[in-house]
Every structure is written in C-alpha cells, then in structure tokens.
Design a protein around this ligand. Structure first.
Ligand code: GUN
Length: 296
C-alpha cells in the first residue's frame, strides 16, 4: 500500500483564495480592509523569512500588512508600548509577535499584552482558556491547519484514536484540545513517554510535532493511519541541505493511509490560517458574520 499524499500546498491555496474573496467583499460592501500587524524583534534569519512570507501573503489576500521590525536590544517597555498602540489602532485587526523573542524579553508577558480579540496566533491565555473550555476563540494557526487537513481527508474524526507527539504551547497542546473537541480519544506523547512506539501504533491519527528529523519510523505507524507531520527540520544529505519532517516519509508512506509531505504539507497551511484568523478577527470586531469554513 502507498499512502495518499495530503497536498497542503493546494489546500492552503484554496483557503487563501477563499479569504481573498471574502476580503474583497468586505472591502466592496463595507469599506473595511482587514489589517495584520507583524512584529519582529531582532534578526533571526528563519524568523525574517517567515515574516516576509506573512507580509507578502497578507497583501496578496487584499489585506493591509503592517510590519514592525525592532532592534534585537529593544526594551520590554518599548515593545509593550508598541503593542498598546496596535491594540488601540482600528486599522489593525490582528497582531502577531514573531517568536522566539530575544532572551531578555518575557514572551508570556508580551503575548498576554496583546488584545485577545486581535491575538491571531491564539497564544494569549484568554484564547488558550477559551479553547480548552470549548468556547469561541482564536485558534493557533498550525494546529488549525492540521485540523483542516484532517477534516478534509477523513470527514468526521469522532471516536478515532489520536496521538499528538509533542507538548508545545504552539502546536502540541492546542492540537490535542482541537482533536478532543472533534471527539477523538487523545494521547499527548513526549520525550518522557514510555513505549512510544506502542503508543503511536495504536493511533488512527498521528500528529508529529517534536522537531526531531525522521524520528517516527514507518513501523510505528498503524496500517491505514492518517499522519500529519508538522516537523520542518533542516539536515545535510549528500552534501546538500534538505528539509525533512519528524516522520520518516519513505517508510511511513508504505504503511499509512494518508500522509503530509515535508515540505508542502502543514507548512503552507500555517500562513493560510493566519490570514483566515485575521479575517475572522476583523469580522468579529465589526459585528459581521464570521467567514464559513475558515474557523475551527
Ligand atoms: N514562531 C514559530 N511559529 C510561530 C507562530 O506560529 N507564531 C509566532 N508568533 N511565532 C512563531
């Protein structure tokens, strides 16, 4: 058996098109342009690439992009003052502070200074609490993208055994909450989990988000399972730098029912869901109906 390949790139393009169409309608009918402010502190090369891509896709969707690039030694007070200004700015419907922040800045403090209604990353403790209690919130973009791919591929997820590998606040924990909301039986596995292979072998759905290249071999995968690989790891192979996921794609593909590739799987979904969240935040801010099919 060879697994279906879940094409995140195509799915993300569909979401971006939907967002773009709804933005055009908002602008034409209500003279509203959704706006996303992205704050980058310092010069981390990977963060610079992500922030540039976020800005480009925001503009392509017809939204306003506000980029704030601050020096690596920016004080916490100055960063908090900028967030206050963005919170108060009616042109800004979404605020994203790119992580990681330089070590002298307290990321929790900074994230929790963002107005929860503009927290398009879904990282503010209010949004985390709302997600855990099943209430309306903004959902972190990467898990939201994974959920959209799973729903698209499987339809109903109710009753399925799901294993989430990794317990980060950005992916693992919110992913587990979303799967629970879909009535999956959810296990969160991590570096201290005993008999990890056996835990993974029970799963109908595996979401791997640990940041370790190819750590999940094919013989851990239950035949026919759906595998969502969140990992984006740079490794040297045959003298070249290549991107690989947390799952060993070649061996897993031979066993799984469906699998996301790296690159071209979950990665493109993250930015598409950021645009979707910005549109959702804008509609809520203006008391307009929420976009259909773009929320959790
Ligand atoms: N750094 C890596 N992933 C993310 C993300 O989803 N949001 C933010 N703000 N920073 C990140």
């Amino acid at each position: 058996m060879s697994a279906d390949i879940i094409d995140g790139k195509a799915h993300a393009a569909t979401i971006r098109d939907k967002v773009g169409a709804q933005v055009a309608r908002l602008t034409a009918q209500h003279a509203i342009t959704p706006g996303l402010a992205v704050v980058l502190v310092g010069e981390d090369p990977a963060s610079q690439v992500y922030v540039r891509a976020k800005g480009r896709h925001t503009v392509e969707a017809g939204m306003a992009s506000f980029e704030h690039r601050l020096a690596a030694d920016t004080s916490e007070a100055d960063l908090l003052a900028l967030i206050e200004r963005l919170n108060a700015d009616p042109q800004v419907h979404g605020i994203l502070v790119q992580l990681p922040l330089p070590g002298h800045l307290n990321a929790d403090l900074v994230i929790n200074a963002i107005d929860p209604a503009k927290d398009v990353d879904g990282f503010h403790i209010s949004n985390v609490g709302l997600l855990c209690t099943g209430q309306k919130c903004l959902v972190p973009c990467t898990p939201l993208g994974c959920l959209m791919l799973l729903r698209d591929h499987l339809g109903s997820l109710g009753g399925l055994d799901a294993v989430v590998l990794g317990r980060s606040n950005i992916v693992g924990k919110p992913m587990a909450q979303l799967l629970l909301r879909e009535n999956c039986t959810v296990t969160i596995a991590h570096s201290r989990t005993r008999d990890l292979a056996d835990v993974v072998r029970r799963a109908d759905i595996v979401v791997a988000a640990v940041g370790r290249p190819a750590m999940v071999p094919g013989d851990w995968i239950k035949p026919g399972a759906t595998v969502i690989d969140v990992g984006i790891n740079r490794i040297e192979r045959d003298g070249r730098t290549v991107l690989v996921g947390d799952v060993d794609f070649a061996s897993a593909r031979a066993v799984a029912g469906a699998i996301t590739p790296v690159p071209g799987g979950v990665g493109p979904m993250t930015i598409a869901c950021l645009l979707a969240n910005t549109l959702t935040a804008c509609c809520r801010a203006h008391g307009l109906p929420e976009p259909e099919g773009l929320t959790a």
